[in-house]
Design a protein around this ligand. Structure first.
Ligand code: NDP
Ligand code: A1CAB
Length: 299
């Protein structure tokens, strides 16, 4: 996710550079002045992976292994994208709170609240000091890789400075769509947007399986299912179509669509899909508590 987000930002900055070189306007650009990038990882071979994925954007890019402190000291805005259980070790490292003082820390960790992040960084229990680090939670998704993420920025209290919020909005707009929602809606956003690509991929694969069973070659079936899903989302997002109306429009009386839809209803697909979102929301809410095997507690 870290690579995907950095790639989106670099790509946006590169496009903005081309635009401004072609523009004849004197109006200053609202593109933030992000010039240098640092990628930190715990695994040395990741340095080559990062360079291979991001080097072609031609931005100054430094890679560090097991040296988050230097990254935090040298950065102005820091993106935290480790697994949720690794966060305490990273934020409680001696010197980290000074390194992050006055900076923005953007966390994309599922289920880890702003309060938990603050407690990990300021472990003396005195809370965030005046001018300390501003922590912002954001939930993007894996479609960041193709700049089609749905990212949810948590509204912070107190609010960020407008310039800080614009910077966070710029980063996540560069990898897709952005909405801002209150903290209480971050776990359901994690289920719907963070986990969502996995759920939709399962439905897509099932549709392709059915077509393969009826004689379509696998490659065509997968591409056709994916393009049909993309077309449907286009009707909803660009066409403003209500999903129920869309469904009715496709269902010719006595036709094949209503036949297929009734099979889906018999299989309780609507209930199962919405229950998957509810289940993932509950599991997401426990990820920040260090809970183990949270998926094994319900039936
Ligand atoms: N995958 C998804 O679709 C989504 C994930 N998220 C959230 O994003 C976060 C990252 O997920 P994802 O990208 O899938 O996970 P990955 O395991 O691919 O990425 C985590 C990265 O953090 C690195 N890391 C771990 N510990 C440290 C450390 N101490 N110092 C520096 N780097 C470290 C890992 O290094 P190493 O390679 O050495 O393990 C790895 O490169 C998670 O918190 C997840 O909840 C949010 C939305 C969607
Ligand atoms: O499954 C997970 O925990 C992460 C969060 C969102 C997507 N993947």
């Amino acid at each position: 996710m870290g690579i995907a987000i950095m790639g989106g930002v670099m790509s946006s900055l590169a496009s903005a550079k081309v635009q401004s070189s072609l523009s004849t306007s004197d109006t200053p650009s609202d593109t933030p002045n992000l010039t240098n990038f640092i990628a930190c990882d715990a695994w040395a071979p990741a340095e080559e992976k990062v360079k291979a994925a991001l080097g072609h954007y031609n931005f100054p890019l430094k890679t560090l292994t097991n040296d988050n402190l230097t990254g935090a000291r040298e950065g102005d805005i820091i993106l935290l994208s480790c697994k949720p259980h690794g966060v305490k070790d990273i934020l409680s490292e001696p010197g980290m709170r000074d390194a992050l003082h006055g900076k923005i820390l953007v966390s994309i960790l599922a289920g880890v609240t702003q309060e938990q992040l603050e407690a990990a960084l300021y472990s003396d229990g005195k809370g965030v000091p005046e001018g300390g680090c501003r922590i912002v939670r954001v939930m993007p998704n894996t479609a960041s890789f193709v700049r089609e993420s749905m990212s949810v920025i948590q509204k912070t209290t107190p609010p960020l400075e407008p310039s800080q919020l614009n910077l966070v909005r710029f980063i996540f707009s560069s990898i897709g769509r952005v909405v801002e929602l209150p903290p209480a809606q971050m776990d359901v956003s994690t289920a719907l947007c963070g986990s969502g690509p996995a759920f939709f991929a399962l439905i897509l694969e099932a549709a392709a399986d059915g077509a393969v069973a009826m004689g379509l070659p696998r490659a065509e079936a997968q591409m056709m299912a994916a393009q049909t899903m993309r077309g449907t989302t286009g009707l909803v997002l660009e066409g403003g179509e209500h999903p129920g109306v869309l469904r009715d429009k496709v269902s010719t009386p006595g036709g094949c669509t209503i036949g297929g839809l009734l099979v889906l209803e018999e299989g309780a697909v609507r209930g199962a899909v919405s229950r998957a979102i509810r289940e993932a929301t509950v599991v997401a809410s426990q990820l920040g508590q260090g809970a183990k095997n949270v998926n094994g507690t319900r039936h």
